[in-house]
Design a protein around this ligand. Structure first.
Ligand code: ADP
Ligand code: MG
Length: 239
């Protein structure tokens, strides 16, 4: 296993979108009230794009990322990932698609505190029939690529926030995903550290041919994006 470009390997048909959301709604019933988390949202994300979802708190960014990643299902509408209509597959098929195709990055890093950086990066593939040495080699390569070659054996508690998020970026890339979904990846970081983390994410994904959809309300994150999609009250406002 070596670091390869996922776009080159992917089975995506020519011209196909990595993500296609069509007329998606997400409604939550709260007693007599209905909260419209997503209102008739349509969008396409193409291979190699770094798309930023910009909007204030409560505008629907996490909901949209969650329905793209299959962590939640839309009330109405469809989500296609690499050309597969996810409304036509079972939860376990979606789990397999997610495992093979999507990497996740969260605001709170979600690293395991008692594992080292390299073990955290290996974790998504730790329980699979991979050659242990090849897996270790790839995890180390990815940590070098995010600039953490000197932190391989550090536990998250001994790392700065920026280093923890860069470890999470390496982990999101371990299974060679086509798509990375990042929900407010810089929200817990100071301005300058956030900028470095997003640059790392952008440069590495562009090098590996990975498509990214990231949510933020930080304009410096949006500045790094190839396209900004604005959200307000569950609507996609403009592109
Ligand atoms: P953002 O990530 O932009 O802050 P969210 O996608 O988290 O926005 O939320 C969009 C809207 O949907 C908000 O009004 C939020 O309160 C509401 N919402 C999200 N999840 C639920 C839920 N499980 N139950 C009820 N309302 C929800
Ligand atoms: Mg959110």
């Amino acid at each position: 296993m070596t670091i390869t470009s996922s776009a080159a390997e992917s089975t995506l048909a020519p011209g196909a979108a990595v993500v296609r959301v069509t007329d998606a709604w997400k409604l939550h019933k709260l007693g007599d009230e209905v909260v419209k988390a997503l209102v008739n949202v349509s969008l396409e994300v193409h291979p190699g794009e770094f798309v930023c979802l910009m909007g204030p708190s409560g505008s629907g960014k996490s909901t949209l990322l969650n329905i793209i990643g299959g962590l939640d299902r839309p009330t109405k509408g469809t989500v296609e990932i690499t050309g597969q209509d996810t409304s036509k597959i079972t939860e376990s098929q979606f789990a397999a698609l997610r495992h093979d195709t999507i990497g996740f990055i969260f605001q709170s890093y979600n690293l395991i505190p008692f594992l080292s950086a390299v073990e955290n990066v290996e974790l998504p593939l730790m329980f699979e029939p991979y050659d242990r040495k090849a897996l270790r080699k790839r995890a180390i390569e990815l940590l070098h690529l995010v600039g953490l070659g000197h932190r391989l054996d550090h536990q998250p508690t001994k790392m700065s926030g920026g280093e923890q998020q860069r470890t999470a970026i390496a982990r999101s890339l371990i299974s060679n995903p086509t798509l990375i979904l990042a929900d407010e990846p810089t929200a817990n970081l100071d301005h300058r550290t956030g900028e470095v983390v997003v640059q790392t994410l952008r440069d590495l994904c562009s090098k590996l041919g990975v498509t990214v959809v990231a949510s933020t309300h930080d304009p410096t994150v949006a500045e790094q994006a190839s396209r900004v999609i604005r959200m307000q009250d569950g609507h996609v406002q403009s592109e």
